[in-house]
Design a protein around this ligand. Structure first.
Ligand code: PEP
Ligand code: MG
Length: 325
């Protein structure tokens, strides 16, 4: 199988009915970047910058961060890389950062919330990213956005860093895209305001489903209790996919869902055209896509979501088998 996937490396992921799906890869360390060429991914859809921070024994300084981000961009050889700004807190702990003890860290002081309250770390990281991408395109994605106004505050911080670097004679990136992760269900009910403030969006389905079902992703007892292939989450995703299309905002999904063939098939059926996953999943997902008739899958899923379908997962499984997907 591994050989077969390798032979697909140079082949774009196009469905039987001619729809191109972008297959991106998730990464978090410089060593992961070797998988980009190996897997044939179209780019890096999620670079988890906090991994470097979790492995260090102190905050990485500006130069060290700049160097790392520059190496990542260079290893991508022109393919796009989406850097996620620090996602600390929740299940991601920095041993050297004193954090208040929290009853519910996943819903606590984390990610963008820290960036807005104590912007020093965020600003340093943005400065490093801006320097690393001098003269090139920079894509930055903000985790755990809960309300549209937060994006205005984040953009203001970024503008400050740009002004600072310009004042000191540094070259800026040739262009910069600021995106957000979609992980908090409240945004579903403020989609227009949210989507007008972002350049792109990536669905963090791990956190989104944790919050949608109120089921702790780190608690084995409840983590797999609810199925993402059921009506409620699929309707939620469909709503977001439609709204993003209306606003012409590029949309990806970078949670675990993207790497499972049945889930990925369903996401494509719902209209998603870009997926980001672990490098090892690229081959299997591409194989699935090459044998999929997306229009047919869309019609099927639309029908399923109309009725009070009992077992969506089983129905989808049967559809995939019948279609030879
Ligand atoms: C997610 O929440 O789905 C995601 C991709 O981010 P992480 O798993 O790093 O929280
Ligand atoms: Mg997340």
């Amino acid at each position: 199988k591994q050989k077969r996937y390798q032979s697909l490396r140079g082949r774009p992921a196009v469905t039987k009915d001619g729809i191109r799906i972008a297959l991106l890869m998730n990464a978090g360390l410089l060593v992961d970047m070797s998988h980009l060429i190996e897997s044939g991914a179209d780019g890096v859809g999620l670079y988890r910058t906090e991994l470097q921070f979790m492995l260090s024994d102190a905050f990485p300084r500006l130069d060290r961060q700049t160097q790392l981000y520059r190496s990542v961009i260079e290893e991508a050889e022109g393919k796009p890389v989406v850097f996620r700004s620090l996602d600390i807190g929740g299940d991601k702990v920095l041993p050297y950062l004193r954090q208040p003890k929290e009853e519910n860290p996943a819903m606590g002081w984390r990610a963008i919330r820290m960036a807005l309250d104590r912007p020093e770390l965020f600003r340093l990281q943005i400065r490093a990213l801006l320097k690393a991408a001098a003269g090139r395109e920079l894509r930055v994605m903000i985790p755990m956005v809960s309300a549209p106004y937060e994006l205005g505050a984040i953009r203001a911080l970024i503008e400050r860093e740009k002004a600072f670097l310009t004042k000191h004679g540094h070259q800026l990136p040739s262009s910069m895209l600021v995106g957000a992760m979609f992980e908090v269900p409240a945004l579903l009910f403020d989609l227009d305001a949210f989507l007008t403030r972002v350049d792109f969006v990536s669905i963090g389905s791990n956190d989104l489903m944790q919050f949608m079902f109120a089921a702790d992703r780190t608690n084995a007892r409840v983590a797999s209790r609810f199925d993402v292939l059921t009506a409620a989450p699929l309707r939620a995703l469909r709503m977001l996919i439609k709204a993003a299309k209306k606003h012409k905002v590029p949309l990806t999904l970078c949670g675990e869902m993207a790497g499972s063939p049945l889930e990925a098939m369903t996401l494509i059926a719902l209209g998603l055209r870009s997926l980001s996953m672990a490098p090892a999943s690229i081959g299997p997902i591409k194989t699935m896509i090459l044998s999929l008739d997306a229009e047919k899958a869309t019609t099927y899923v639309e029908e399923l979501l109309k009725e009070d379908a009992k077992d969506l997962r089983m129905s989808l499984q049967q559809f995939a088998e019948k279609e030879g997907v």
